[in-house]
Design a protein around this ligand. Structure first.
Ligand code: PNS
Length: 160
């Protein structure tokens, strides 16, 4: 099976992430969305469990996507899943430089591990979880930035 991994912090998942997941799901038989925990980011808006649940709800209509979390090295997750392609979304030259370097790091740990870079769709090029968290803080309409399950959860928590 031709499997790929789409890793990230997803705090929270944005429409930009969802677009990459949908496109990756057309390129691979299976896409594992991996919520990376224990990354250097210490303060999270959503817990690991919440992030996994919100992504699952957001990708419920895509049959070949699975969502999990992982607290170790990404390369070890790839070995555990026998999925040796990492998908990364690239919005701009800064992302490209970072992912180019990250691809070398991941391939240094696991030589089989390839990275496929998908250019962000034009309408999501300015999206980031950091920007979304800021919009949440200032009460902007969340439907513009995040999948419906995230917007609903924010409303439920009285944050949007
Ligand atoms: O959403 P993010 O925070 O930009 O995701 C970054 C991630 C985890 C995809 C990137 O840091 C990566 O490819 N890391 C590989 C190195 C690794 O496994 N680090 C340990 C966990 S962060």
């Amino acid at each position: 099976m031709n499997s790929a991994i789409y890793p990230g912090s997803f705090d929270p998942i944005t429409l930009g992430h969802l677009d990459i997941i949908r496109r990756a799901a057309t390129c691979f038989d299976k896409v594992y969305v991996c919520v990376m925990v224990n990354c250097e980011k210490n303060s999270h808006m959503f817990s690991e469990t919440e992030r996994v649940a919100l992504i699952r709800a957001s990708v419920a209509d895509i049959a070949n996507v699975e969502v999990e979390s992982w607290s170790g090295l990404l390369a070890d997750y790839a070995v555990a899943k026998e999925a040796y392609v990492l998908v990364k979304g690239v919005r701009n030259a800064t992302d490209f430089d970072q992912e180019y370097q990250m691809a070398d790091i991941n391939r240094g740990i696991c030589p089989q591990l390839e990275t496929v870079l998908l250019p962000a769709s034009a309408q999501y090029r300015h999206f980031s979880s950091t920007m979304v968290r800021e919009m949440i803080r200032y009460g902007q309409p969340m439907e513009l930035y995040v999948p419906a399950p995230v917007a609903e959860e924010l409303k439920r928590k009285g944050r949007a």
